[in-house]
Design a protein around this ligand. Structure first.
Ligand code: UDP
Ligand code: MG
Length: 317
């Protein structure tokens, strides 16, 4: 069996959360696909605090596979941080993150390598269609991209997830980014570099169920937006200016009216309306400011992105 050289040509990074069932299926397909590439490689798996037998399965795989490295995180940190852990510990000249559920076909890596050798520093893999998604999810994704593009300075490529190939230069740059909120899609787009793309067909999840639900996705989207745009913070000065202008015009109109026709006491609704409306806008604004402040607080605390319980290198046990 082949040992991994210190700097392999390729690192494949796979975050795993409760993927016990998928691990054997994944390796049965991944390893032959990687061997067919004719390059040296390592597979870096991250056990993101799984509650099932994912870690045991991975370590079992490692006994027969000396090119497999297993990072065991101390708890569930979420896919983005697990991925960051993998990026930190990868050593390959090219790095490919992919999902554990075989939705990303390992065979597509061959096409990526071709583009990489042609000089691309980032090769994204574009899904040719969204499979296994409800209409509401597709609409949500569409809406998110529309808002993100209009509010943020980076443009997210469409139908492109974390499955991609990155040159070592790119990975080193990302590893140097200190931010704690890891919206990887945005970070990947932000760093730039020479890009190319391939198209792949996304498969169905091999086993188990998706780890994301509507609320998690909504939070993820909002997180992405606020990490890459200050617009939600700034828009309120415009809203405030508009409301003040309208209020001013209203006051002038009322004053003139009072001067011509005298005082008439009713006016209860208009007062109540403006108080309630302004109160609502102010609370919303405070909420948005609070969200950014929370983010600043997280960054200032400077806690590590993730905690590794143990790093299992092949042949150590
Ligand atoms: N994942 C993870 N930590 C989490 C959630 C997910 O490491 O907290 C991993 C998961 O094991 C899988 C990948 O992220 O390898 C993508 O997850 P999933 O397939 O559930 O997402 P979907 O394909 O539905 O977007
Ligand atoms: Mg999946």
């Amino acid at each position: 069996m082949t040992e991994t050289p210190v700097t392999p040509d390729l690192s494949v990074i796979i975050p795993c959360y409760n993927e016990g069932e998928n691990v054997p299926l994944l390796f049965a397909r991944l390893i032959p696909a990687l061997e067919a590439l004719g390059v040296t490689f390592e597979v870096v798996t991250i056990n993101d605090g799984s509650k099932d037998n994912t870690l045991e399965r991975l370590l079992e795989m490692q006994k027969a596979e000396p090119r497999l490295r297993v990072i065991d995180l101390s708890r569930n940190f979420g896919k983005e941080k697990a991925l960051s852990a993998g990026l930190f510990h990868s050593r390959g000249r090219a790095v490919v993150p992919m999902d554990a559920d075989l939705q990303h076909p390992p065979e597509a890596i061959a096409d990526m390598l071709v583009k990489w050798r042609d000089g691309a520093e980032v090769v994204f893999a574009r899904r040719d269609a969204r499979t296994g998604q409800k209409l509401s999810e597709k609409l949500f994704a569409k809406g998110f991209y529309w808002v993100f593009d209009h509010l943020s300075e980076v443009r997210l490529p469409r139908e492109v997830g974390d499955f991609r190939l990155m040159d070592r230069k790119v990975v080193d740059t990302i590893n140097r980014m200190p931010e704690r909120s890891r919206f990887m899609k945005g970070i990947f787009a932000w760093v730039g570099y020479r890009e190319a793309e391939i198209v792949y067909r996304q498969g169905e999840r091999a086993a188990g169920t998706t780890k994301f639900n509507a609320i998690k996705l909504l939070r993820f989207a909002f997180d992405g937006l606020t990490s890459f745009s200050n617009f939600p913070l700034k828009v309120w000065s415009w809203v405030g200016a508009a409301i003040s202008t309208l209020a001013f015009l209203y006051i002038v109109a009322r004053l003139i009216r009072t001067m011509i026709w005298g005082v008439d006491v009713p006016g209860y609704e208009s007062i109540l309306m403006s108080v309630l409306f302004l109160g609502g806008v102010q609370l919303l604004t405070l909420g948005i400011i609070g969200d950014y402040l929370g983010r600043v607080f997280d960054e200032v605390k400077g806690r590590p992105l993730f905690i590794i319980r143990q790093l299992y290198e092949p042949g150590e046990r």
